[in-house]
Design a protein around this ligand. Structure first.
Ligand code: NAD
Length: 440
């Protein structure tokens, strides 16, 4: 079968990565976005966000001549055989549900120009039932009508590892409603499948559900160990030792069992909320009612971190200098969507503290959204004169801080390790009062 030409609609964290990697793998790719500035930056060889390895691959893809960018849906429809929908599905304002405005707008804009047989493939994370709804919409709007098919191919990439997760994912999931759609998807992932990546072919609804089920499981595992941390705090037990002992059990495993400040970002929090909202609509809200508790445990870690900082500051942070290490929702990313780090930093600021933030990659994003906070040049600069240092994102460069060097610049040697990233004995030996959630 012929190699399909691909379009990638929505060139954010997911779409830009997908477009670039697919071009590097040998496909002709057209990236499409409504954001002209983003398209211009990508076309000129600049990745508009931090993702290790991606700038090099963008240069390679542009040089090959196989990757181009546009804001024209007409051009996209004329060019592509397989169209990947990668636009955002954020949490709707004032509700737990997903905001489907961008998915609906992009599919509508594309469909209007589809005059020949093509496959539209959703990659965005969506409420179950979306693919069925969009199938009807596309068939109604597209000049090619019933010739257009829809499929769902949920994306599991992790920011920070987006390139390797795209080039060689743990698995691919193809939600399809015909053999032709499966054939198209197999062709559109041929070089990935050639590396023996497992593929699960299923129906549209199951494919949509796999993504939210996976994220719900991961969120549950994180909140589970953080719930244990709450119990440890009440008993003087050590959640780090507890987690390590649990992890030896191969039925449990150690991944996502790290206690700390909890999850954030543009996926887990909004995905579990949207799942609850959708389950309610379907009359099975009770089945995922536990996710409310998972969300609650996660939110409490943020307020408990603020409490620990306050405790170390002597009971009141008003007028105290706090050094906040980290802003991104996780290391190796500049993504600050629902970032626990910035939530804690801005709460401390609202309580009257003088908060100085440093993050290796997310400074521009943080300054844009939180201009009220002060920003340092590096970790030691942020810590100058601090009454309390709080580690909020576990970047390697923070793990490698020399406790003696930091002790030399702070006002008081007091640190809250919000990510269980530091070795307590080393910090205590250097004269620090070291505290972490769930540890004595
Ligand atoms: N970021 C991740 O790690 C990740 C991982 C797996 C799944 N996802 C899912 O992928 C989807 C996209 O996430 P993201 O992080 O890339 O979001 P993002 O906000 O970084 O990117 C979305 C892009 O879509 C563009 N867009 C908006 N409306 C458009 C339209 N009508 N037509 C064309 N483009 C439009 C925006 O300009 C933006 O560039 C979400 O559903 C998310 O849940 C994300």
């Amino acid at each position: 079968m012929n190699t399909p030409r691909l379009t990638v609609i929505g060139t954010g964290y997911l779409g830009a990565t997908h477009a670039i990697c697919m071009a590097v793998l040998g496909f002709e790719v057209l990236g499409v976005d409504v954001d002209q500035a983003k398209i211009d930056r990508l076309a000129s060889g600049e990745v508009p966000f931090f993702e290790p390895g991606l700038p090099e691959l963008l240069a390679k893809a542009l040089e090959s001549g196989r990757l181009r960018f546009t804001t024209s849906f007409q051009e996209a429809a004329e060019f592509g055989d397989v169209h990947f929908i990668c636009v955002g599905t954020p949490q709707k304002k004032g509700s737990h549900a997903a905001d489907m405005t961008y998915v609906d707008a992009s599919v509508t804009a594309l469909a209007a120009h589809l005059t020949r047989k093509a496959l539209v493939v959703g990659k965005s994370t969506v409420p179950v039932g979306t693919a069925a709804r969009l199938t009807a919409l596309v068939k109604e709007l597209a000049p090619a009508g019933d010739e257009i098919e829809l499929a769902w191919n949920p994306e599991f990439l992790r920011e920070g590892f987006a390139v390797e997760d795209t080039m060689k994912p743990d698995r691919l999931v193809f939600g399809v409603s015909s053999a032709w759609a499966e054939e198209q998807l197999r062709a559109a992932f041929e070089p990935v499948l050639a590396q023996d990546v497992p593929v699960k072919v299923t129906d549209l609804a199951t494919a949509e559900l796999v993504k939210v089920a996976a994220n719900s499981f991961l969120a549950t595992k994180i909140s589970y160990i953080n719930a244990m941390a709450e119990v440890c705090e009440a008993t003087g037990a050590d959640v780090s030792d507890l987690a390590e002992a649990l992890a030896y059990d191969t039925r449990i495993g150690g991944r996502f069992l790290r206690p700390g400040l909890g999850f954030g970002g543009g996926c887990l929090p909004k995905d579990i909320r949207a799942f609850m909202a959708r389950a309610e609509e379907l009359g099975v809200g009770q089945a995922v009612g536990f996710l409310r508790e998972i969300d609650g445990i996660n939110q409490r870690r943020r307020s408990r971190t603020v409490d620990l900082v306050t405790e170390l500051a002597g009971g009141d942070v008003k007028g105290k200098k706090i050094a906040a290490l980290g802003a991104a929702f996780k290391p190796n990313s500049d993504d600050i969507r629902d970032a626990p780090a910035l939530d804690v930093a801005s709460t401390l600021h609202r309580m009257g503290a003088e908060v100085t933030v440093f993050d290796p990659a997310a400074m521009d994003n943080a300054k844009r959204v939180h201009p009220e906070l002060t920003y340092g040049e590096n970790a030691l600069d942020a810590a100058a004169g601090a009454d309390v240092v709080v580690l909020l994102t576990e970047w390697t460069e923070f793990r490698e801080i020399d406790p003696a060097a930091m002790a030399a610049v702070v006002g008081t040697t007091a640190i809250v390790d919000g990510r269980h990233a530091l070795e307590p004995s080393e910090w205590r030996a250097a004269g620090w009062e070291y505290r972490a959630l769930g540890r004595p």
